[in-house]
Design a protein around this ligand. Sequence first.
Ligand code: C5P
Length: 235
Amino acid sequence: MAAVANRIIAAIDTADLGVAQGWARALHGDVGMLKLGLAFFLAQGPAGVRAMTGLPIFLDLKLHDIPNTVAGAVSAVLPLGVSMLTLHASGGSAMIAAARDAAEAGGPARPKLLAVTVLTSLSAEALAETGVGTTPQAQVLRLARLALAAGADGLVCSPLEVAMLRREIGPEPLLVVPGIRPADAPAGDQARTLTPRAAMAAGADWLVIGRPITEAPDPAGAARAIAAELTAQAA
Ligand code: C5P
């Protein structure tokens, strides 16, 4: 991946190409990557991803299917040149290994595969309902180890998990962390948040930040303020 401005990934949570491109233009140079999700992809398709030029792309599709189908999906994504792609760790080792094999065909610039462990929207009760008898934290760690052993490059994890995961999995795997809120920003619907500095200190490699940037009156200024806070930490 080419040199990036910083470790901020702006979550471009819209299905509207014009809105997405407006944010991309505004944020160029002030964030390191853009995250496009399922709504954008279903509305705009691969052409929409190609139209988002200027910054590396994290395509958050959370793939989950039989290994052959997921491998086919990863192969289909390769021509888009995205930098990161998500898949569900609960799809199992064979699914993740198949995804990694397919991704390898993309060469050194292939997308990094990030595994999602337990959705943060699932409470302990909701997880039990799916037949998982352990705590969410134990399940996160179990799936994290499974995914990394099978070939995932990293994990998407909640602010509450990042320190535990960094301790347990070592320095190498990528940890990409949403649920980030600058100290003075409203939490919105995020129940458990960390500030950008705290998340980086806990071991995050990349921070996914949506509304504190995209809903700010000056999105680029908001991104610059967060980046300045991170740089101050490193100094
Ligand atoms: O606006 P906000 O900063 O809350 O956006 C966070 C982004 O990260 C959204 O795209 C959201 O879907 C995503 N995300 C999250 N929590 C997770 C996984 C992904 O907020 N556990």
